[in-house]
Each structure stands twice: as C-alpha cells, then as structure tokens.
Design a binder for this molecule. Structure first.
Ligand code: IMP
Length: 197
C-alpha cells in the first residue's frame, strides 16, 4: 500500500486523521511511526503557509508523500485570536485547562451573539519535488460558558456546536469526524487529489 507521512506529533489529531483516512487507499503514518524526529519552525502567516511548510519539509527529508495540517481556533470577540497561534497561545507548555479558562474569562458576561468562533484547518499534501496543494475547511460555533466534555483535545471543551448543543469534547470521535474542520478538509483532499497522485 502507498503511504503518506502525516507531519504531526499531536496524538489527538492523529487519532482523528487515521479514522478519516482509513478508506483512502493510503497507509497514513505519524512522524513517530516513521521514525522521524523533526522540529520544523512554523513561521508562516496563514494556516495554509504553515501546513505547506510542515508537509514540504517532511516530503523533502524523506522523499515520500507527506501531509500536514495547520489548524486553530478563531474567537471573533478576541479579534480572531488565538488563530494560527493556537498551540502557542499563552505559551506552548501552558495547559489547555489554563488556556480554556483564560478564554472563558475574557468572554465573561459577553452575550451569546458575540461569542461566535470557529475552528479552521488547512491541510497540505506535498511531494519530494516541492509541489504542494492545500484544502481549507471550517466549523462554525461559539464559545461556551464552562468547560464541558472529556473527549478530543485542545480547545474542544469550550467550543460549542449549535446543532448538537454540545462542545466538541462532548461528541464522540465519530460524531466529531462527521462535522469537524479537519475532517472536512481531509475529505476534500481525499476526494479531489489523492486518487490522482
Ligand atoms: P497546530 O499543530 O499548529 O496545527 O496547532 C493547532 C492547535 O489548534 C492545536 O494544538 C489546538 O490547540 C487547536 N486546535 C486545532 N484543531 C482543534 C480541534 O479539533 N479541537 C481543539 N483544538 C484544536
């Protein structure tokens, strides 16, 4: 089976990605599984740029097809922060409990109609010759009023999905994979490009 190295060391993301790519005809392996340890500096200014930087670096390093995602949370009331800085927000090593409570605090007493937010994901697929393509998708929701749910990772416990009246941390991985930014971007990549490479 042809394989793709997915340039992430985030196990939460990898879990979702493996399920979505299960029927892609490709074996998708993480950096760790491929035996690669690479520290790639994400110095792009958009989700797309950062995804391309990560995927291209791994494709060049290995000579294999590589994929990467760059994703994040945009909170409209905070001028779309943390955005591309979502992982680094308040410091890379700061716990998500602290990050999530900081955002809840910022939005204390802010009415529902001003709590809109979205997760954004850009997926890049790159080959060793330096060719890269991207797909972007979002999921719209709002910032909840408290930490809720145990599933998922990152900002999931404060991100409310209106259609479910639940946070993405209260959805099962299968439910999240029906609607998430990452799932939609990966599915688009799978359908449009992977059959042709
Ligand atoms: P990246 O690894 O640079 O793409 O960092 C993305 C960061 O955005 C993650 O570490 C999370 O903080 C946040 N994020 C992206 N997607 C999700 C999601 O599906 N749920 C919760 N947080 C997410």
């Amino acid at each position: 089976m042809k394989r793709i190295i997915f340039a992430t060391s985030n196990e939460g993301k990898m879990k979702e990605i493996r399920l979505i790519m299960a029927d892609s005809g490709y074996e998708v392996v993480s950096l760790k599984e491929a035996g690669i340890s690479a520290d790639i500096e994400e110095n792009g200014t958009t989700f797309e740029e950062n995804a391309i930087i990560k995927a291209s670096a791994i494709a060049k390093l290995t000579g294999e097809l590589a994929m990467a995602d760059d994703s994040g949370l945009e909170v409209d009331y905070m001028d779309k922060a943390p955005g591309i800085y979502s992982a680094r927000f308040l410091g890379e090593d700061t716990s998500y409990d602290i990050k999530n409570n900081y955002i809840l605090d910022k939005l204390k007493d802010v009415p529902q109609e001003q709590r809109s937010a979205r997760f954004v994901c850009a997926i890049a697929l790159a080959d060793a010759d330096g060719k890269a393509i991207t797909k972007r998708a979002t999921i719209e929701g709002y910032i909840g009023y408290e930490i809720r749910g145990e599933n998922g990772f990152g900002y999931d416990p404060i991100f409310m999905v209106p259609e479910y009246d639940k946070t993405t941390a209260e959805l099962s991985i299968e439910e999240k994979n029906q609607i998430s930014h990452r799932a939609k971007a990966l599915k688009a990549m799978k359908e449009e490009f992977l059959n042709n490479v």
